[in-house]
Design a protein around this ligand. Structure first.
Ligand code: NAP
Length: 418
């Protein structure tokens, strides 16, 4: 039985990030909730917090700072408060708008909804954003990892992840199977589990809108809509159609479709225009391996994006170095792509780079771009100098293997020396 009722006390200093009609108002001392997470979460979030603080200090010399607000979730919260995701934690993230998070364990099998899925749905964090690029020195299974430099916008609330599913033999599954047979003449085996794949115009368009806006603001060449529309015409195929329609109706001045580039511009996109194109999901996997430099921004439905981002991350050195963010219209939650790797919990061993780069994304989101750039460069320089954790050291001849804390310390020293 849980021994305590959770009451959270926000930090006494620092200020809230405010949501205004003109966008986010970021104070110089924002309060940022920090979810340590499970397994290796405490190790990697501690390292990230240390280097983020050092980067902010080295850049703004005390004029700006982050006031961290630790909030519990996951196994530790379950043990102490009887809930994996306490309402007070959710409320704090909602109130303070931007948060940093470590990985959370999702027990396999019945009984538990993924906490990450719950967080995304409750806070309406509809875009899962994953930048994937190579850092010099990071071992990679491909010959030219530097050619891959993409940012993937993955829809995060719908598709087969919406959680609409029923077990084989359940009354709901039986009723649906009977209805499909009776009303639609569709035969489904009686021993089937049933899942539903909803994909709406609203969700698809707001995800693609974010991807196109990002491409325009960051002077990217193209946005690629990734889909499996040749098979799933009214979900994945519609995602493609809605994407082109959105670009035509809302971004006519800034974008061109691939077809227009061929037909009206001799295959050469005019300077400054973002090209909207589409690729079928299975082809996209080989495209990223064979012609990675032809892609910049990808917009994908939920499941395709999940698979594709892990595969692409492997191309540039694996999950230990890949960050991500869950972003809504204002709220944003930054995290590594990797999970809680329970076998390494508390060993001060794993690579905190993904959590640190999630912190870099967070600093960018706050508009603290200088600090973000400094931190990214310090991580790159540390890895290039072959000071790395076990995962990279085992593939890097001549590397000096260090633990999580020592790796973070090496980054702090670079930030202070710069
Ligand atoms: P995982 O925790 O990502 O770990 C798989 C393997 O990846 C590890 O054994 C390790 O490989 C390597 N790895 C992961 N993070 C690393 C790091 N920071 N540094 C170095 N190597 C790292 O995947 P999993 O074992 O499938 O999942 C464990 C739990 O995490 C599950 O409960 C899952 O649901 C959850 N999860 C949470 C999130 C999230 O919170 N966003 C995301 C994914 C999974 P080696 O052993 O080969 O060194």
């Amino acid at each position: 039985m849980p021994s305590e009722v959770l009451k959270l006390t926000p930090p006494k200093d620092g200020h809230k990030i405010l949501i205004t009609d003109a966008g986010l108002r970021i104070p110089d001392d924002p309060i940022i909730p920090l979810v340590e997470g499970d397994g290796i979460g405490p190790d990697v979030t501690h390292a990230a917090r240390t280097v983020i603080d050092a980067a902010v200090e080295a850049t703004y010399h005390g004029k700006r700072r982050i006031v961290w607000y630790p909030v519990p979730a996951g196994e530790a919260a379950m043990f102490r408060y009887g809930e994996m995701l306490p309402a007070a934690t959710l409320a704090a993230i909602k109130e303070y708008v931007v948060a940093l998070k470590g990985p959370l364990t999702t027990p396999v099998g019945g009984g538990f909804r993924s906490l990450n899925v719950t967080l995304r749905q409750t806070l309406d964090l509809y875009a899962n954003v994953r930048p994937i690029y190579w850092m010099p020195g990071v071992p990679s299974p491909v010959t030219h990892p530097e050619r891959l430099d993409i940012i993937l916008f993955r829809e995060a609330e719908e598709d087969v992840y919406a959680g609409i599913e029923w077990a084989k033999g359940s009354p709901e599954a039986k009723r649906l199977i009977a209805t499909l047979q009776k009303e639609y003449g569709v035969h489904v085996r009686e021993d089937s589990g049933i899942g539903v794949k909803p994909m709406s115009e609203f969700e698809s368009k707001r995800l693609i809108r974010k991807a196109i806006r990002y491409a325009i603001e960051n002077h990217k060449r193209s946005v690629t809509l990734v889909h499996k529309g040749n098979i799933m015409k009214y979900t994945e195929g519609a995602f493609r159609e809605w994407g082109y329609e959105l670009a035509r109706t809302e971004f006519a001045a800034e974008t061109l479709s691939w077809q227009e580039v061929q037909e009206k511009h001799g295959g050469q996109a005019p300077e400054g225009k973002v090209v909207i194109k589409d690729v079928i999901a299975d082809n996209m996997f080989q495209q990223l391996l064979l012609r990675p430099d032809e892609y910049d921004v990808l917009a994908t439905p939920n499941l395709n994006g999940d698979y594709l981002s892990d595969a692409a991350a492997a191309q540039v050195g694996g999950l230990g170095v890949a960050p991500g963010a869950n972003i809504g219209d204002a709220h944003a939650l930054f995290e590594p792509i990797h999970g809680s790797a329970p076998k390494y919990a508390g060993m001060d061993k794993v690579n905190p780079t993904a959590e640190i780069l999630a912190g870099v994304m967070m600093l960018e989101y706050l508009g603290w771009k200088e600090a973000a750039g400094r931190l990214r460069e310090a991580v790159k320089a540390t890895i290039s100098a072959k000071v790395v954790t076990y995962d990279l050291a085992r593939q890097m001849p001549g590397a000096r293997e260090v633990g999580t804390t020592a790796f973070a310390q090496a980054i702090v020293e670079r930030l202070r020396a710069a």
